[in-house]
Write a protein that binds this ligand. Structure first.
Ligand SMILES: C[S@@+](CC[C@H](N)C(=O)[O-])C[C@H]1O[C@@H](n2cnc3c(N)ncnc32)[C@H](O)[C@@H]1O
Length: 553
């Protein structure tokens, strides 16, 4: 098996699990009436990204789970012995406690009284939790839209760059902690400032990468103000904690070191950095702490500083479980950190391809993964990254060219009677047509289409306006199906799809998102280009629905 856009290696994992199917896999196969021949498949994974291929390598060839656990616990205990004071504090009764996380806050300038106030004091309320987009000045009571206010900036000494730099001024706002197993929270106070002063003077381990951020499509002049280097994504406390953990991995054998680094990185970018956030959820008394928003490098005005030691400790169990699922198989997965535009594989040597290429401009992977790759000491060369990117000067047409080269290679290495499955989703007809043309020009033709019924939508699928839920699946073969030449009409096809959905047991079939996926499938498999974006399709569907409702009244 081959995956040319392997990411963190789920195709490799699936290939391994075919040899040791879980109970759920067996049940699903039975329910779907599939004639499965269980047995592990040999697979080769191509992934351009340094981080993706590192993760795939560890996940598909994991260490002994018990050995990993022992090493992780030992590493954490050693580092805590020296650094646990970083998260030490006083609880509301003045006893010694441990920080769980601290909510920091940007400082704003009130346009009326010109005084400074934190976003926390001016916009946040608890019980029930809310974050207002209106700034109410705690000094003069003036109200203004948060976006219209200027942030307070300050010049700070950067001892890694050995120069001063201008940055947004942030203050500790609210501290969440734990004393003898009992959790508490309180406003930040003098003792928190005092610890932070001690942290300012603590010497950083020598391993913090001094690396300039290669900003691309994700740079925003607002919330990325002053962030020029990797270490600016961290509070000094978390930079100390993370670099101490990272340094400690060097004491272990190479195999264990990779798995320990994988464990630390699984927490790092999303939880250890200033990208960690709080959100106000309806019906909740307090703000809910969450991870970084995936796929972007967003830093909120209320960033959260989590206790990294507590966070990585919680992950040991999850890692051990994941390693247990795949450990012990003979080495059947080969991960190549390389571009799939040039596959180092013989002609007609592959039985099956399963892949999901980047979906147009959905995620600039190399840029998103910059933070974790910086710790690994190697950044992805994005020259052949198959994405739409204004920053990289890659238009939809360039994206199509890159995909076409990859699909030509896939066609070359596939055996004559073999197939390739492509999982793909986009809300843009242009991106769909780029995929369609790339496959056709590469000599791969749509044999069938379906929908991957994932249990969980991706972040972009939940958040993007016009996003498509349930990735369409496209089966490509080397043989072209005869083109029937018939024109398709969007709304006539949709009417038919709505009828089919009404007869289906799956309520998801009737959702606009699923109908769009089915519509795309119908056009792809009959050799037509996709005529409509998801957004316009959803609006058209709504209008027709309203008109029909009026007529019935
Ligand atoms: C949608 S993701 C794949 C996710 C994957 N299925 C997984 O299990 O994580 C697409 C991947 O293609 C990779 N990619 C982009 N251009 C590539 C190229 N020319 N060669 C190989 N990989 C590439 C990206 O780095 C990204 O990890």
């Amino acid at each position: 098996m081959l995956d040319g856009f392997a990411g963190s290696g789920s195709t490799g994992l699936a290939a391994i699990l075919c040899g040791r199917p879980t109970d759920q896999m067996r049940k699903d196969a039975k329910r779907l009436n599939l004639d499965v021949r269980w047995g592990a498949r040999k697979s080769v994974l191509y992934e351009l990204g340094v981080l993706g291929s590192f993760v795939a390598e560890v996940l598909c060839n994991p260490p002994d789970p018990a050995e990993f656990r022992q090493a992780a616990e030992q590493l954490l205990a050693d580092v805590r012995r020296q650094w646990s004071w970083l998260y030490g504090t006083r609880d509301p009764d003045g006893n010694n406690g441990e920080i769980r996380y601290v909510v920091w806050s940007d400082l704003m300038r009130c346009p009326k009284c010109n005084k400074h106030a934190s976003l926390w004091d001016a916009c946040v309320s608890r019980q029930p939790a809310s974050i207002s987009s209106t700034f109410t000045c705690p000094h003069c009571g003036n109200c203004a839209a948060v976006e219209s206010l200027s942030r307070v900036r300050e010049n700070v000494t950067d001892d890694i760059l050995v120069r001063s730099r201008l940055t947004r001024r942030r203050v500790q706002a609210w501290v969440y902690g734990e004393t003898n197993g009992k959790t508490w929270s309180r406003p930040a106070q003098a003792c928190d400032k005092k610890i932070f002063q001690a942290i300012e003077h603590a010497e950083l381990p020598g391993n913090v990468p001094l690396l300039q951020v290669q900003w691309g499509d994700l740079y925003r002049s607002g919330y990325h103000e002053g962030i020029t280097h990797l270490h600016h994504f961290y509070t000094r406390r978390n930079l100390l904690a993370f670099s101490a953990l990272w340094e400690a991995t060097t004491c272990f054998s190479k195999r264990l070191q990779s798995s320990l680094r994988f464990w630390l990185l699984s927490y790092n970018s999303a939880h250890s950095t200033l990208m960690t956030r709080v959100v106000a959820k309806k019906g909740q008394n307090d703000l809910v702490v969450t991870s970084a928003q995936p796929g972007v490098l967003y830093i909120s005005g209320l960033p959260v500083e989590k206790n990294i030691f507590a966070g990585v400790r919680r992950k040991i169990e999850t890692m051990q479980r994941a390693f247990t699922m795949v450990h012990g198989h003979e080495n059947l997965v080969e991960v190549r950190n390389s571009s799939s535009l040039d596959l180092d594989l013989p002609d007609e040597s592959i039985d099956y391809v399963f892949t999901d290429p980047p979906f147009g401009n959905n995620i600039p992977y190399a840029e998103v993964n910059f933070i974790n790759e910086a710790w690994l000491g190697r950044l992805t060369d994005a020259t052949e990254e198959a994405i739409v990117s204004p920053h990289q000067h890659k238009s939809v047409d360039d994206y199509k060219e890159l995909l076409e080269r990859a699909f030509k290679e896939i066609n070359r290495v596939l055996r004559p009677d073999s197939c390739a499955t492509v999982a793909f989703h986009s809300a843009s007809a242009g991106v769909w047509n780029a995929l369609r043309t790339a496959c056709e020009n590469a000599g791969l033709h749509v044999a069938r289409t379906s929908v991957l019924n994932k249990t969980q939508a991706s972040f972009k699928q939940v958040r993007t306006n016009g996003a498509v839920k349930g990735d369409p699946l496209i089966l490509l073969s080397k043989t072209r199906a005869p083109f029937n030449g018939l024109e398709l009409d969007v709304w006539a096809v949709t009417k038919e799809l709505v009828k089919q959905a009404a007869n289906s047991d799956d309520p998801a079939e009737a959702t606009p998102q699923r109908l769009y996926s089915r519509l795309v499938g119908r056009y792809m498999s009959s050799g037509h280009s996709i005529p409509i974006d998801a957004g316009a399709f959803y609006r058209g569907l709504q209008e027709r629905h309203n008109r029909y409702a009026e007529q019935t009244v």
